[in-house]
Design a protein around this ligand. Sequence first.
Ligand code: PLP
Length: 466
Amino acid sequence: MNKDDFKKNAHDLIDWMADYYFDDVKSLPVRSQVKPGAVRAQIPTAAPMEAEGFQSLFDDFRDIVIPGMTHWQHPRFFAYFPANVSPPSVLAEMLTSIMGANAMLWETSPAATELEEAMMNWLKDMMALPTEWSGVIQDTASSAAFCAVLAARERATDWRVNESGLQASDKLAFYTSAEAHSSVEKAVKMAGLGKSSIRLVPTDDDFAMKPSALISMIEDDRKNGTTPTMLVATVGTTGVGASDPLEPLGLIARSNSMYFHVDAAWAGSAMVCPEYRYLMRGIELADSYAFNPHKWMGVNFDCTAHFVKDADTLKRTLTILPEYLKTREGNSVTDYRDWGIQLGRRMRALKLWFVIRSYGVEGLQAMFRNHIEMTEELAEKIFMTEGFELVTKPNLSLLTFRKVEGNAEESDQATEALLTKINDDGFTYLTRTVVNGRPVIRFQIGQINTSSDDVMTTWERIVALS
Ligand code: PLP
């Protein structure tokens, strides 16, 4: 593709992208309706020997790929958590992709590193996070959790596992709640510590971790010669959006010399609004903290803000310095290669910069408040609709509900059947979880273009399908 072709194709694509994002996506089914294997069947089994023109690539994208996509930017996407992208973020990603830089070292792109440092400081300021923390952008909250587990393991074993392997480790215990995201369990398993070292601390009626239960589990472990090593608390759990009480938990972690990681993957973005920061009371006690601007802040996937109280603990855990990575600047600059799992890393700060400047703190606050207000209106509507039960009240912009029909078992069957009908219909897309052993339907609002009308027409459709 030469320069003229590139320009023409890019202009055509931008036209298509603008039509898709602002208009056309609204008339597509939210969840892809293709059957398994349908996309694969349309792709030739071998790569072409001869070059193809761009038009045929684009035609196939439109005709084969688009029907097989679930439209996360659809204003009636209410499933999982959002991954809302915004136009300025998309434009930043285009610039990032044409530069194609690897931001592993300061020297491999000083602007990537220094913009990343500056953006992490902006986020701290925007969310009143402790000023002494340092930040790094990871790909996902799962990676941040893995880094945190490794740092906790090394700190607890005085870096013996890094040196001599797991045989040099005492028995370690990791505490979190059953409501925590599965990435915590995965991180502990990947760190070689085994599922059996995880303690699931019981939760209260609001699905928040019980500090008193944590204390007795720690005491039991100490009696059995196991070292309490790490506590992972969540602000905004994946199932129902519950939040653990950080202050008492952080104090328990501190008095037991445990590493304290806080995961606010989804809810963290909303902390731009001061009125929700009560959920973060005690956050200064954390050793590390992560949230995903790629979930709810309009920043394209992937972008996880990961803050640490003591960067040296993280770097000492992950650092490795072969000759070919040594640079003249040495320790006088930040080399983010030492702050995460992979060596090569994308420049992710540009999209954050573009988004924050394009909307301003006030624009972002308005978006979160709007989503949360629409969720509260929906909760009232559900509460008033016969044959439905609001199971968990809105936690920020997430609520759960079920269908009520006869006894509990019949209601559960009706709830599952309704969810299948909703998603086969394509008007909206919702997902499920289990609350107190029973299935519920989750409804979260987080797409930038979602209007109150989208939410209300979706509710009417759900009632009509029920
Ligand atoms: N933590 C929580 C609370 C989540 O809800 C999720 C995903 O939804 C994650 C962690 C994992 O996020 P990621 O996909 O960035 O690893």
